[in-house]
Design a protein. Structure first.
Length: 699
């Protein structure tokens, strides 16, 4: 009997000497960066890691560690990120198609339209940039479907949005699993994986200890940064009440999960906010301190087994060969594979770097046609995973300026094929209905049609004093053929039938209104490479219009360029030339004046520091300007600007710069979520300075 039982006991004894060590990392948003400090201590002590599980930020740290990143590499990755960009998910303006730049520069917010109504989005942040970062960092594991086959077996925990049950993600596409586990409700959009819609796993299981046990761990070392329940004296606002109510369910599972841990490490991170990623170094240091304090207990639990220094994770290659490209579009949509191939701009077989591939993905996402754009690269096959966004969108714009006071813009996009309804309300009124139909495989050519009505009060001046106000009403129907080159240039051929009425509302002498109907043909060219629509620091803008009617012609060209001098200072220069031939309608005359542009007739209202809005009017315009812009170091969204401009309007074309009027303006402005805030003071040196206030996006 003794002889027969020895072979059975030997494996058990061996198992007891070499227990499998599991690391469990909780969710906690920015506070979860403390886990990296914990891993640093475990590595230095030679503590083995045989399995790892994580929730939310714990899944990010744990998933990357499972792929092969060392704690030092994770430290480097964290410090290298622009966390504001990752968490706000902006689309770089340079990637936007030129027609979308116009919309992006005038809307305060955009909401989806589906099921016949306007709805709040399912998350403030789509998560596109985080998805792309995770995809790039896990490139070496794109072909791994079973996470137990990673260098360290791994599982993440998410929550099924429909059932409220925990979902253990131990297979699939690793970036998707991590992104689903960290989909903080209402902050990040939920993730659809197969039939399930998933959100942050911290809702139901913030510390996945039992999941590590299920992967085969014998000894569990848990790092937990879960927010504790607050005492009632600390609950003083409705937000505090809401957070506390949500925390009840978190702690329902927390006590059981902590009870399963053999060693519990609780870094002292309570003083840090959930989005305090700017204090990453301090958070990691708190994790190290807590792990060092727990190290004797860890060594006792693990026994004498130790491992050597961890080799670094595979370095991303300089370039990879893409042999085939496949598109996987979910959620419907009207885009074609030909358009996707053209927009991606990668024709296999082709070599590309991961950075270049990421830039191509961002440009594809910037088209605005997709809720997210992900990719998977394995064995030379590039698979693009795209989800269609709701076809309809509702946009809202708000602004205030010294001349026209408060205005509101309501904009509705009814379908992805370009049906747009705009309503600008205020002293200036514009109503528009337009539709565009893309043509060709690349959809860079579009056929459009539009109906529009505009109303604008126009001031008439004499010797620098306002003497009358004119009401202009314009109705128009137009058709256009538009061509776009990349994201920075476009051109259009437009045919327009227009009826205009010019009537003096306030004047010393009554005069009969002017009614005029006409048809024009116009060519329009645009270039826009500005890095920002509000206070740009680099880039070039150009707009040229040549319009011909039966009895008149109208031509204008405007160019402006910004050049940075260092990180905070930039210079700009610009010029505008315009001329009208024949007998143009009164509202086609050029209006010069106002420190900021006015946008109902942008090809005719020219900004000019030192003159009142619309102070000078004429058939021809000549204007040049120079300026400097300083971005305040302590407040990067605060700007100080100074500018000089000179110019004139004429009824007969002559070019005599010596006779131009010149003006100087200074401006203090800020870039905010609601658009530009600008307070400017300008003058010509011969009159009282003009003070102008401009708030919000231009429209």
């Amino acid at each position: 009997m003794l002889t027969l039982s020895l072979p059975l006991l030997l494996p058990v004894a061996g198992h007891a000497q070499t227990p499998k060590v599991g690391i469990v990392l909780s969710g906690g948003a920015a506070r979860g960066l403390a886990h990296i400090g914990v891993l640093k201590v475990l590595e230095r002590a030679g503590i083995p890691v045989d399995v790892i599980t994580g929730t939310s930020m714990g899944s990010v740290v744990g998933g990357l560690y499972a792929v092969g990143y060392s704690a030092a590499q994770l430290d480097t990755v964290v410090r290298a990120q622009d966390w504001f960009r990752l968490l706000s998910d902006p689309v770089d303006r340079r990637d936007l198609p030129i027609d979308r730049k116009v919309a992006a520069d005038r809307l305060l917010l955009t909401l989806p339209i589906y099921q016949g109504g306007v709805h709040l989005p399912r998350g403030v942040v789509p998560g596109q940039r985080i998805w792309e970062l995770l995809t790039r960092l896990t490139w070496s594991a794109h072909g791994v479907r079973d996470f137990r086959r990673l260098p360290i077996p791994f599982a993440a925990v998410a929550t099924d949005l429909e059932t409220g049950q925990a979902v253990v993600l131990d297979h699939g596409f690793l970036p998707d699993a991590i992104r689903a586990s960290m989909a903080l409700p209402s902050v990040f959009a939920p993730v659809e994986l197969g039939p399930a819609v998933l959100i942050d796993g911290g809702v139901v299981r913030n510390l996945p200890a039992h999941d590590a046990r299920a992967l085969g761990a014998d000894v569990l070392i848990c790092s937990d940064v879960t927010d504790p329940l607050e005492p009632r004296d600390s609950i003083v606002s409705l937000v505090d009440v809401l957070v506390q109510a949500v925390s009840f369910r978190v702690w329902d599972s927390e006590r059981a999960e902590r009870g399963a841990c053999d060693v519990l490490i609780v870094p002292d991170v309570r003083a840090f906010t959930s989005f305090g990623f700017g204090r990453a170094a301090e958070l990691m240091a708190r994790g190290e301190a807590a792990a060092l304090a727990a190290l004797p207990e860890i060594e006792t639990k693990v026994g004498r087994r130790r491992v050597g220094p961890r080799p670094p994770a595979p370095v991303a290659p300089d370039s990879v060969l893409v042999t085939t490209v496949r598109f996987d579009l979910s959620g419907g949509g009207t885009v074609t594979p030909a358009f996707l191939a053209h927009a991606l701009g990668l024709k296999p077989p082709a070599w590309t770097s991961l950075a270049d591939l990421g830039a191509r993905i961002e440009r594809l996402y910037a088209t605005g046609l997709f809720g997210n754009v992900r990719y998977r690269l394995e064995h030379g096959e590039l698979t693009l995973l795209l989800s269609a966004r709701p076809a309809g969108r509702f946009g809202l714009g708000l602004r205030y300026d010294s001349r026209y006071k408060a205005s509101v813009l309501l904009s509705g996009t009814l379908a992805n094929d370009g049906v747009v309804l705009d309503a600008r309300l205020g002293q200036q009124i514009r109503l528009g209905l337009g539709a565009a139909r893309p043509l060709g495989e690349g959809q860079s050519l579009a056929l459009g049609a539009a109906l529009a009505y505009a109303h604008q009060p126009v001031d008439l001046f004499r010797d620098g004093r306002r003497v009358a106000e004119v009401r202009v009403d314009v109705g128009a129907v137009s058709a256009s053929l538009d061509r776009r080159w990349g994201s920075g240039a476009g051109a259009a051929l437009r045919v327009k039938a227009e009826h205009a009425r010019w009537a003096e509302e306030v004047a010393a002498v009554d005069s009969a209104p002017i009614n005029r109907s006409f048809v024009t043909v116009a060519g329009v060219g645009d270039i826009d490479t500005y890095d920002s629509g509000v206070f740009p620091s680099r880039g070039v803008g150009l707009r040229a219009v040549s319009e011909w009617g039966g009895s008149f012609s109208h031509h204008v060209g405007e160019v402006r360029g910004y050049v940075p001098l260092g990180r905070r200072v930039s210079l700009w220069a610009g010029a505008t030339l315009g001329a009208s031939g024949g007998t143009p309608p009164p509202h086609y005359l050029f209006l010069l004046g106002g420190a900021n542009g006015y946008y109902l007739f942008p090809d005719r209202a020219i900004a000019f520091a030192g003159l009142h809005v619309q102070e000078r009017r004429g058939r021809h315009v000549q204007q040049a300007e120079l300026g400097a812009q300083w971005q305040v170091a302590a407040a990067p969204d605060l700007f100080a600007r100074v500018r000089w401009n000179a110019g004139t309007v004429l009824d007969r074309w002559t070019f005599e710069p010596a006779g131009w009027v010149s003006g100087v303006g200074v401006e203090l402005g800020a870039r905010t979520v609601a658009g530009r805030v600008s307070l400017s003071v300008s003058g010509t040196g011969r009159a009282t300075p003009i003070v102008e206030l401009d708030l919000g996006y231009p429209f």
